[in-house]
Design a protein around this ligand. Structure first.
Ligand SMILES: N[C@H](CCC[C@H](N)C(=O)O)C(=O)O
Length: 271
């Protein structure tokens, strides 16, 4: 599946006898032979309609994947005909609502804004971090906003994300010691009162076509820096993601989902 081009393999393990525990190098090996950004799994959960688990292509299990949540919710809506569902995840509980056009709008939970929740290695104002990175050709990017959606994001505001050497500066930011759990690095240009152009160098996956939690973080960071209101379309390489930061602090995300194909695994798989 993909969500605005963000590529996934989703395993429906709700019937599996035990939770999946893929070895990181197994995920890495799978990523060598299959083009995906994240491996997703749906598992049974007592307190929700399902639990969503997320592994980056580097094998690390992480707390949230906005586009993956949309893809999983869309699939469950197709299957059940329901129009609402609850998902558990390591990054916290989430909810999904079926839109009239059949798409899924997900409530990713609250934006977390305290430095300890990002997390950062030391206390800092998360509206505009006292942090920056030099550009190879001269110049410097400064003062990103820091937001967690159950996973860490630093969002830089720039004139043109497409003009940046992201393969050079992305890894430097991702692995900076300021971010003890590494970080997803967003590069955003506010193009109008309700439009943000965004590219994200994802922790554990690199440059992706779209990043749902990155879109949420970009809106919240832009709003906190007084650059935009609480609702916008985030224009990613792979498509447009409508995002809204509601008054209760939760962030809602929608956007396109494509099911590219499905295979039925032999019974007892993963047992
Ligand atoms: N790379 C992210 C996980 C996937 C996020 C992204 N694909 C999304 O749609 O939110 C992290 O390490 O926290």
């Amino acid at each position: 599946m993909n969500g605005a081009g963000n590529a996934f393999i989703l395993i429906d393990a709700r019937g599996a006898p035990a939770p999946l525990a893929p070895a990181p190098d197994a995920v890495l090996a799978l990523a060598e032979s299959h083009a995906f950004d994240q491996l997703l799994a749906l598992e049974a959960d007592e307190g929700a309609d399902a639990r969503l688990r997320v592994w980056n292509r580097d094998g690390g299990e992480v707390g949230a994947c906005g586009n993956g949540t949309r893809a999983a919710a869309w699939l469950m809506f197709q299957e059940s005909g329901a129009d609402r569902l609850a998902l558990a995840s390591a990054g916290g509980p989430m909810a999904a609502r079926r839109r009239s056009d059949g798409g899924a709008e997900v409530d990713l939970g609250p934006a977390r804004l305290d430095w300890r929740e990002i997390p950062l290695a030391r206390q800092m104002d998360t509206v505009r971090l006292d942090y920056g990175v030099d550009l190879p050709g001269g110049g410097r990017l400064e003062g990103p906003g820091a937001v967690s959606m159950g996973n860490p994001h630093a969002v830089f505001f720039v004139d043109d994300p497409d003009a940046l050497p992201l393969h050079e500066i992305g890894p430097r930011i991702e692995h900076d010691r300021l971010f003890p759990e590494r970080v997803n690095a967003g590069f955003a240009a506010v193009l109008g009162p309700d439009l943000i152009r965004l590219k994200v160098w994802e922790r554990g996956a690199g440059l992706t076509q779209a990043c749902g939690t990155g879109a949420a973080a970009a809106l919240v960071a832009a709003c906190r820096q007084g650059r935009i209101g609480r609702q916008a379309v985030i224009r990613a390489d792979g498509g447009d993601l409508p995002v809204r930061w509601s008054a209760d602090g939760h962030v809602h995300l929608a956007g396109p989902v494509v099911l590219e194909g499905a295979v039925k695994l032999p019974s007892g798989f993963g047992g």
